[in-house]
Design a protein around this ligand. Structure first.
Ligand code: MTE
Ligand code: MO
Length: 383
């Protein structure tokens, strides 16, 4: 069994698939912590978790003037300054279950929890590439940076993905070769000993158990870069889809969802105020500037309070274009007299004034990715 060496996991996780292991935290606890504890951080594995020895671990780098470079974990840690960021990671398939309700899609049936927020520490990818000879010469030819994982399928092929070169080397993009998550060694499920963290970019490019980096004129040839994780028209089906016709998903669109109350709950609203909570995040370092909440299905709206910490203190705001972390939000809304059912709705706005579409059908796609319509939760009011 290739899955005989899997790590133990937290019992609170809602399992989507056991082999490979895919699980999300329940919505009810997702917004309890601004920084998601690693044990409940969503886990998305395509293959068995490789158990790697830090003493023999090597990271290879190809496509730079010096030929193939091989670097140990201690070299990665000692040669380059340690940089820490807080960044939210979201799977392209987060909220896929809502697309499934419109029409069947292919993929794991994620709820709203295929997203989590952590602090990540490691070497800047830029620093590592520059150290090993990246410069104008390479820049003139290369266009992409490919990543290969050390997790393999039965045929021996590894998980892989790539990002555009400018993202990889820009001073402002904060791409990390991370070896710590929330102040500790990366857990086995999250890529121990080294993973790429590409903040603002879809989870799929944040390659775990990193084995190789290739600076190249081409995108990764992997299945996941070429024939998966792409968006299509609602009119495209499996008979007509041409994966070459669409770009690989990189930066993600604006997203928000309601974590409290839960769908179908019966609320005793003797105090006549309903507390609604959730998360909001946008890709590409765009900052969430507002979350609108409705309890009447979107007829009237209220502006939620946003926060970027657990203490209520306002941390230093991120530089423009580098808002990598989500915001948690909360609002108390007076419930109208005699209401029996409420349809709670949320939608977020980022600093480019991007907002979410109101319904799922016009953004439905056969892989069920990029599901970011207004999130709706219906609750009953008991009198
Ligand atoms: N990297 C490797 N090597 N193997 C994988 O299966 N899954 C990707 C990405 N990196 C994956 C990987 C996908 S689709 C997502 S959403 C994120 O890892 C999930 O990261 P997490 O498990 O740390 O939440
Ligand atoms: Mo993903």
């Amino acid at each position: 069994d290739p899955y005989s060496a899997e790590p133990t996991r937290h019992p609170a996780l809602q399992i989507n698939s056991l082999k490979p292991f895919n699980a999300e935290p329940p919505a009810s606890i997702l917004s309890d912590n601004y920084i998601t504890p690693s044990v409940i951080f969503f886990k998305r594995n395509h293959l068995p978790v490789p158990r790697l020895d830090p003493k023999t671990y090597k990271l290879e780098i190809e496509g730079l003037p010096d030929g193939v470079v091989s670097l140990s974990l201690s070299e990665l840690k000692s040669r380059f300054p340690k940089h820490t960021i807080t960044a939210t990671l979201q799977c392209a398939g987060n909220r896929r279950s809502e697309m499934n309700q419109v029409k069947q899609v292919k993929g794991l049936n994620w709820g709203i929890g295929a997203i989590s927020n952590a602090t990540w520490s490691g070497a800047r990818l830029r620093d590592v590439l520059v150290y090993y000879g990246f410069g104008p010469e390479v820049e003139a030819k290369a266009k992409h940076v490919q990543f290969e994982g050390l997790d393999r399928d039965v045929t021996g092929s590894a998980y892989g993905a790539s990002i555009p070169l400018n993202k990889a080397v820009s001073e402002e993009s904060d791409v990390l070769l991370a070896y710590e998550m929330n102040g500790e060694d990366l857990p086995p499920d999250h890529g121990y000993p080294v993973r790429v963290v590409v903040p603002g970019v879809v989870g799929a490019r944040n390659v775990k158990w990193l084995g190789k980096i290739v600076v190249s004129d081409e995108e990764s040839k992997s299945h996941w870069q070429q024939n998966d994780y792409k968006g299509f028209s609602p009119g495209t089906d499996w008979d007509t889809v041409d994966f070459k016709s669409a770009p690989a998903i990189q930066e993600l669109p604006i997203q928000s969802a309601i974590t409290h109350p839960a769908e179908g709950t019966s609320l005793d609203l003797s105090d006549k105020e309903l507390t609604v909570k959730g998360y909001a995040w946008s890709g590409g370092g765009r900052e969430v500037v507002r979350v609108d909440v409705s309890i009447d299905g979107g007829k009237t709206w209220h502006v939620a309070k946003l926060r970027s910490s657990d203490t209520g203190q306002h941390p230093v705001p991120p530089p423009p274009g580098r808002a990598w972390a989500w915001k948690l939000w909360e609002i108390d809304i007076p419930v109208p007299h005699r209401a029996q059912e409420l349809e709670i709705v949320c939608k977020a706005v980022d600093n480019s004034y991007n907002t979410q579409p109101d319904t799922v059908a016009p953004i439905w796609n056969l892989r069920g990715v990029l599901s970011n319509a207004w999130h709706r939760v219906k609750v009953k009011v008991s009198v």
